[in-house]
Design a protein around this ligand. Structure first.
Ligand code: PAF
Length: 289
C-alpha cells in the first residue's frame, strides 16, 4: 500500500492505473478506522482493481463548537488496518486540500432544514464540498459510504445525480458492536458507563421495528414511545427522532410503505446517530369467502 499526501502525485498514479484499464474503488473517510469502514474497503476490493481510501478530517464539516480539534487521529494505526485491502491511502494535509484562497462550496439545498442539518448547520455543505473535491481528484468508478450516515448518503447521492459525477455510489449496511451499538469513531469519546448506556439507541430502533411490524402506522405514536423509552436512560438526551421516506428522507406522518427511522441522541456530551428500516407487512389478499 502506498501512502500519498499530494494531489498531483495521486493523480499521476491513478492516471497510469486507469490507462491500464483498472476500475477504481474509492472509500472517503475521516480516519480512526473501525470495522464499519473496513467493511466498505473490503467491498471496494471485491468490486474494483484498485482501492483508494482517503483519510482527511475535514474542517469544513465541523461547526466552531464541535469536535474538530479532538476528533481522533492515528494515521499509523489506520495504515496498518488497511494493509492488504487498500492500494493507495490518500492522506492530504488541510493546506493541500484547501489552498489559502479556497472560497468555493457545493451545497445540496435544504440539508440544513432536516434531521442532523437542523442542529449541525452547514455540516452537509462541508461534506458535499469535500466529497466533490475528492471525487474530482480520484475520478473513481465506485464510491462507498456507510448507511449509518443515512442523511449524508442521501445528500451525496443527490449531489452526484444533480452534478452528473461519473461515479456509482454504494451505501452499505451498518456494522454494529456485539451489543448492537453502531460502530463510530466517536464511540471512543464515551466513558465506560456512557458506553453501557449507549446501547439504548439500538434498543429503541428494535422496539420501533417491532411496533411497525405489529401494525402501528402512526409515526407520532412510535416517536412518543421511543422518547419515553430513551428518556429512562440517565445520560441520554434526544436531539431528534424522525420517521421518513427511505429514499427522500421527507418526514412521514404515517408508515404506509417501508420507512426509515432515524435518531440522534446525546449520550453525555457525545452525539450519536443510528437508523433502521421499518418494514411494513403487506396485507394478505383473501378471496372473501
Ligand atoms: O463520513 C465521513 O467520514 C465524512 O463525512 C466524509 C464522507 C469522509 C467526508 O468528510
Amino acid at each position: 500500500m502506498k501512502i500519498v499526501k499530494k494531489i498531483s502525485l495521486l493523480r499521476k498514479d491513478l492516471t497510469l492505473l486507469r490507462r491500464k484499464g483498472g476500475r477504481i474503488g474509492f472509500v472517503p473517510t475521516m480516519g480512526y478506522l473501525h470495522e464499519g469502514h473496513l467493511s466498505l474497503v473490503r467491498q471496494a476490493k471485491k468490486d474494483n482493481d484498485i482501492v483508494v481510501v482517503s483519510i482527511f478530517v475535514n474542517p469544513l464539516q465541523f461547526a466552531p463548537n464541535e469536535d474538530f480539534r479532538h476528533y481522533p487521529r492515528d494515521l499509523k494505526r489506520d495504515a496498518k488496518l488497511l494493509k492488504g485491502f487498500c492500494d493507495i491511502l490518500f492522506a492530504p494535509s488541510s493546506d493541500e486540500l484547501y489552498r489559502k484562497d479556497f472560497c468555493s462550496s457545493v451545497e445540496v439545498k435544504g440539508t440544513d432544514e432536516a434531521l442532523c442539518g437542523l442542529s449541525r448547520k452547514g455540516h452537509f455543505t462541508g461534506v458535499s464540498t469535500v466529497v466533490a473535491k475528492l471525487f474530482n481528484i480520484v475520478l473513481a468508478d465506485n464510491a462507498y459510504f456507510g448507511r449509518k450516515d443515512a442523511q449524508q448518503a442521501a445528500v451525496i447521492k443527490k449531489m452526484v445525480s444533480d452534478l452528473d459525477f461519473p461515479v456509482k455510489v454504494h451505501v452499505l449496511p451498518i456494522v454494529r458492536e456485539k451489543d448492537g451499538l453502531a460502530m463510530s469513531s466517536r464511540n471512543t469519546y464515551l466513558t465506560i458507563e456512557e458506553r453501557r448506556q449507549a446501547v439504548v439507541l439500538f434498543q429503541a430502533l428494535r422496539s420501533a421495528e417491532r411496533m411497525a411490524a405489529g401494525g402501528i402506522r402512526d409515526s407520532a405514536k412510535i416517536r412518543q414511545a421511543l422518547e419515553d423509552f430513551i428518556g429512562h436512560t440517565p445520560s441520554a438526551r434526544i436531539d431528534y427522532i424522525e420517521i421518513a421516506d427511505a429514499r427522500t428522507l421527507a418526514p412521514l406522518a404515517r408508515i404506509e410503505k417501508d420507512a426509515l427511522l432515524l435518531l440522534a441522541v446525546y449520550i453525555g456530551k457525545t452525539r450519536l446517530i443510528d437508523n433502521t428500516l421499518l418494514k411494513v407487512k403487506k396485507l394478505a389478499v383473501t378471496s372473501g369467502y
